[in-house]
Design a protein around this ligand. Sequence first.
Ligand code: ADP
Ligand code: MG
Length: 615
Amino acid sequence: MSNIIQLLPDVVANQIAAGEVIQRPASALKELMENAIDAGSSIIRVVVREAGKALIQVIDNGCGMSETDARMSFERYATSKITKAEDLYAIRTMGFRGEALASIAAISQVELKTRQLSDETGIQLIVEGNELMSKHPVACNQGTSISVKNLFFNVPARRNFLKSNAAEMRYIIEEFQRIALAHPSVEFSLHHNDTEVFNLKNGNFRQRIAGVFGLSYNERLVPVNEETTLINISGYVGKPSFAKKIRGEQYFFVNQRFVKDPYLNHAVANAFEDLLPPGCYPSYFIFLDIDPAKIDINIHPTKTEIKFEDDKSVYAILRASVKRALGKFNISPTLDFEQETTFNLPLMKLTEIPVPPKIQINPLYNPFKTESEIRFPSQVRNSPALENTKGQNWSSLYAGLKDVEFNGQQTTQSKLNIPEGVETESWINDTIMFQLASKYIILSRHEKLLVVDQVAAYERVIYEKNISALQNQPVVSQQLVFPQTMEFNQTEFSVFMEIKTELHAIGFDISEFGKQTLVVHGIPSQLGTDDIKQTLEKIAEQYLYHQKLVKPDKQENVARSAAIRLAARYARPLHVIEMKKLVFDLFSTRQPEISLSGKPVFFYLTPEEIYAKFN
Ligand code: ADP
Ligand code: MG
């Protein structure tokens, strides 16, 4: 029998290895940024095009490479970071496996320019699919600039596997944020298709967190500090009142390397116990510094897990230090923790148009009339539930409402202008309803007592309206007299860019206004002008939450996220007309029984069940 085993050619071996190290543009970016950090850079600039699919460029001012090293750097297992086995127990650098550049070069077109401080000229290399295409001396700044073009150009299957630009850009931002957070003393910038996404000056950790997530984070943070012989812990946890429903801002950095660790996470969550509303996750930004010999260094580049030699002690120290930090915060909640003076900037940007305070006037109010005679206040008449009924065949249901004089108890019996022939309309119109605890609507139907959860009902109604708006009939948004400019954090902003069209369809008339900033021209009719930013933030949060949870399609997700947020505004007293409209709308939806979170929207109580209570 002839022998059939052969050594794979380097190019093939590198392509296979690349599959493990580089899954998407963000993984290439991570490797390049880590190399720049390892090179001792104090300024790192990142430029991407088409979410990194067309170009990822990292420019640093680090140590640079000699001509020979520049050529060597593309070889597999070529590294300057370790030389012998023992070095593995003292790793402080981000990389050490010597795989990244070889992997990246195997699946893209790379241009490298680099110069060491001691050299007069630099060197430029062009490598395509691991093949050296050209090598020239070049005039360049000290440091290294690597451009990775057309990632996966020679592996179409991988290229086709990539997600939309918006989704890939989210991965890029995630990696960028992790590295930027881990190295607050380094200046970073990120540009995407000529737009500046981040520009982070060097500073302390608190300033970096605020730079990445927004100035508002400054007041949300509680410092954590603990020095022990085993491990040093430093950083911040978010105040419990700012906890989110999505596992968002949770960052552990072990020796400045981002790690995800369920065990450490448990320690922090445990320290927060009882302080968080149910279903909420704490945010944290915690550095753990430990002797590298006490952790498992066999860290695969794509993996973010870590193993501690003495994990029980690490757990206990972490938990205790977070608990202590929270305790200190709880005991003295007004204490201002080490305010950095640079944060005392005016929060309003120059571009922001101040919103004039709203004064609500009821033009019909007559102080000489007794209460029962007062007409239906304009505020309630214009309330969201009564608007935006355009194009629906029952829109005339409440036509003529403005002319109806309401008179205390008789309100529910007032005959409204109802189209003929629909069963629900007459029963609703003739039914007496009342509200309990600003939460439930109670009425009798089919000889039973019907109890409706009003927020859940609004969720259903708004959701179906959103779906129809998205599928065929965009709603008309309520235009603002003063368009509002508002800044968001990068994650939120990228969500809005991803779902801009969908938001438009359901009534948010928004446009991009430079870096992380939106101008809001119009809003859905259910929304008040005072609540726009918070609502958009919550929609982004819900959107990401649903995306992680069930991966619904985009339209479904937007319809759902916006409905949940907009419905939450209705946990308030309702006018009987609003109740009637809500109950009517609810029973006109396709699935009135179940709320968006899967709970019942209403239930019936039968006379038998009531009888049983008395007997
Ligand atoms: P590793 O980082 O694991 O050593 P890489 O493939 O990422 O492996 O890089 C190979 C080598 O190239 C590094 O060890 C380093 O010497 C050199 N190198 C890569 N990027 C840079 C950079 N931006 N500045 C200076 N040297 C670099
Ligand atoms: Mg590396």
